[in-house]
Design a protein around this ligand. Structure first.
Ligand code: HEC
Length: 180
């Protein structure tokens, strides 16, 4: 990470806050703040991401190599800003800027609706809920040094159950948003 760039962005946004304006993101590549506020349209057919084991990985801020290094390693690791992880089309973990949500390691959780028409955001945020309850209710049981991911450590407190793998595969294979 370019520390100077982040510092400059912080100073600039602080200056602008002082003037009474609070931009969502600073314009231009040089001033772009390192964060990702996902819209429904930013979520894609899972077949377009890189699949590592059962998990599909993207990075929307140009840090894909760093994200894949974490996903492919058995060692503990923290995903870079802009990472999108999906086990199934209907759920996503998105890595926001440092400080967004310290208690979730800055993960924003999403419950999504998917159809041939595209993606709909049903719930989002650090305390978002899916069909099986609050995402963090399970992911918070995973080792923090593995960035609250459950699959890599086959975390039993998360409710890891390999009998569910065929279901996950089926949901990915049948992602309604994928062409053809
Ligand atoms: C009942 C517990 C439980 C709940 C609730 C839950 N998850 Fe998970 N999640 C798991 C387990 C267990 C795995 C690992 C599955 C595997 O690898 O077989 C997992 C895997 C994932 C992964 C892949 C990365 C990883 O952790 O291995 C993502 C992304 C994910 N879940 C997102 C979510 C989101 C978003 C929500 C809420 C909408 C959610 N999960 C709710 C238990 C849960």
């Amino acid at each position: 990470m370019n520390v100077l760039l982040v510092l400059a962005a912080l100073l600039l946004s602080a200056a602008q806050l002082g003037c009474g304006t609070a931009p969502d993101a600073l314009p231009g590549p040089a001033g772009e703040s390192e964060d990702i506020v996902m819209t429904a349209a930013d979520f894609e057919c899972l077949h377009g991401g890189v699949r590592v084991g059962r998990v599909t990985v993207w990075n929307k801020r140009g840090h894909l190599d760093e994200a894949l290094a974490v996903a492919e390693s058995d060692e503990p690791g923290t995903y870079p800003v802009g990472t999108v992880l999906q086990l199934v089309p209907q759920e996503a973990m998105v890595k926001r800027a440092p400080g967004y949500s310290p208690s979730t390691n800055d993960w924003e959780f999403f419950q999504l609706g998917t159809s041939a028409d595209g993606t709909e955001i049903i719930d989002r945020g650090p305390s978002a809920r899916g069909v099986f309850g609050a995402c963090m209710g399970c992911h918070g049981q995973a080792p923090a040094e593995y960035d609250f991911t459950c699959g890599k450590t086959q975390s039993e407190p998360c409710g890891y159950d390999e009998n569910q793998h065929p279901l996950f595969d089926w949901l990915v294979d049948n992602d309604a948003r994928c062409p053809g």
